[in-house]
Design a protein around this ligand. Sequence first.
Ligand code: PLP
Length: 830
Amino acid sequence: MYTAESISKILKGELLQQTGHPEIEHILLDSRKLLVAETSVFIPLVSERRNAHQYIDELYKKGVSNFIVSEPVSIGLYPKANIIQVKNTLQALHALVAWHRHQFQIPVIGITGSNGKTIVKEWLYQLLEKDYNIVRSPKSYNSQIGVPLSVWQMKAENDLAIFEAGISQPGEMVNLEKVIRPTIGIFTNIGEAHNEGFLNIRQKVNEKLILFMKSDVLIYCKDYLALNECVNNFHNLVGKREIDNDLQLLTWSRKTDADLRVIGVDKNSNHTRIDALYKQEPIFIRIPFVDEGSIENAIHCWALMLYLGKPQQVIQERMDHLGNIAMRLEMKQGINNCSIINDSYNSDLGSLAIALEFLQQQRQHPVRTVILSDILQSGKSEGSLYEEVAGMLEQKGIQKLIGIGKNISREKQSFSKVKASFFANTEEFLQQVNPNEFQNESILVKGARIFQFERIGKLLEQKAHQTILEINLNAIAHNIKAYQALLKPGIKLMAMVKAFSYGSGSFEIASLLQFHGVDYLAVAYADEGVDLRRAGITLPIMVMNPEPTTFEAILQWNLEPELYSMHILDQFEEVVRYANKSNYPVHIKLDTGMHRLGFEQSDLPVLVQRLQHEGLFKVQSIFSHLASSEDPAKDDFTKKQYERFIKMSATLQQQLGYAVIRHIANSAAIHRHPDMQLDMVRLGIGMYGVDSAASFQDKLRNVSTLKTTIAQLKHIPAGDSVGYGGQWTATAPAVTATVRIGYADGYSRKLGNGNGKMLIRNKLAPVVGVVAMDMLMLDVTHIPDAAEGDEVIVFGEALPVQEVADWAGTIPYEILTGISQRVKRVYFQE
Ligand SMILES: *Cc1c(COP(=O)(O)O)cnc(C)c1O
């Protein structure tokens, strides 16, 4: 049991104030993730951009009473707090959890490598959960922050721990090693990905190997030559330690001699049989997967099971039942205007907390509902376990709970604060439920695998057409951070969510942006803003193209119009006056050379007078738009625009006599013209993963993936033609795939006749003939394993939307915003 006093001793910190001895159970790093105030300690981290000390006040008011700080705080303001002063809060976090780790003498598996860490961890859990009480990293918690939060979960009941570790730059693994201190290591593989931050592969491998400094054994695949070499050097260096426990290497290979020598990999339609020699004995496993990644991951797990001395029969039987890992949380459109977050894979407190947070971000529906199975987590007594769950639901504003399972039903009295109903099992629920009871709700469906909650998901989700646009919410968050990192301190960020957030969604995206602390939103038309307000978005929203017919709605929903001409100003002024408002927030658009919308230099004298007249308006910002910020050839023109803007806005600002936000930079300007960031920037396409200037592209992650499926394969004899108008004729026998996407989905007819290509099984297949309304045909003659039902990537990470735009003779903006609404959007979080 930890208290402020004991933690202070562990950290050799200074206990600035102690007012009580409450037990500390939870570490809180992100104020938005508060779950149980009474038993949490808040550790505010400090980075270049953020200083979490600013949240102490808010958390104290919410009942948090333990703080570890590295900056001066006004103790007088927090009479009931226990406050520990340390030098560096991140180091304190690592030191505290390292101390915690040392209280346990159990085997700890540490996993690192470029790919597969999470799958190997989850598979090991599936393979070993019958034998051990396992604690493991939630999802892919493997960073400087995720690792300590994972290891902090270790409890006396656990007899095996599995943690993953990932790094992005040199110097980080030393910290993670101390926190995890693995006794058993797995190095999954090494790829070219994420080389950023490292000089070369060897430096990256060597850095990662630090995780195994004190391990008893390291499992890895010798077939990665650079990895093998680095491991051998590492082994020579640190393997022979003074103490008698050398680092043992347990190798496997598909090519050469190794402890586990794989001699055969035999794939059939949905299984793979893997044969190997281990200690001269022939052994084999069968796994229900056929892809190379799964085969490699399974062999890592196999080697580990052998190391643990599991009998071959047990290994075989469990490998045969390996299950898919849900790597991400998905949100889909549900029936009766609901949104469904389907997480029917596991149920423990850690993953419940993550899913609840995702649910909490979604404010579009008045009701938040959780359908929850028994929590499969031993250790805590049932009573206190479900009381903690109830506390989490309350903290996250959940109104409705449906509990499914004997244990959760038995503990119903814990859930008196929500509208709750209980069922003994999934079957009973499915028989009794009336789906129309769910109306306009965000619903989290969360259950352990054995509860088969995917059946509930099927009932509540809208049947999606097989052409979908997937939106990676983590990637949007990543891209925002990439641009934020370029902003000088204090500069505000306006996120452009016009045109359905460049085609990616409305409230789903705005909720995320609000969560990530964006300062402003901008939409093109008032009704887009009204939709966001209806969905509970409270950020200020600028409307760039306000039409007189929508002025009433603008006032009613507290939207802020862009005023760009005297005419529009006159009309809006009348409405504001009539509504008896004053100081109404407006934005002034100046024309500095784009010649689209905006006041001109000659308008300024009258404009100033009008803006001050009667005190009807409060100018929130003055802005202009650059015509060619992405184009180096136009940099002189861009500079002229900027200079004009500075002059015009200075005149205005001076006469208005109060501070006004000035902004001119769009995505490309943020990195190409950092001197033009002024008080705020307007981030558009970059947030959606596309850099229109291309020089910043490798810092961005892909956000949208448009995919469809093959409806039918056709064998075309030479001389036959394909599609409307017979515009393509097979010159030799060919195979075509008819796929479920057409111009009605936003796939341009310009992409017909070989201009466009799509990806099937990682190979490009050209469009043959014309694009029809709902379908088109691809030439797949060169992809012999293409099958009906196969996934077809229209664009995504492996086929950038820029490329498709080039083929269609247009820009990514048009492709993204042109995907029609009948294409269902699926949002996911990794
Ligand atoms: C769309 C838009 C932006 C964003 O431009 P990107 O190139 O997508 O970053 C910025 N400002 C205005 C006025 C816009 O209309």
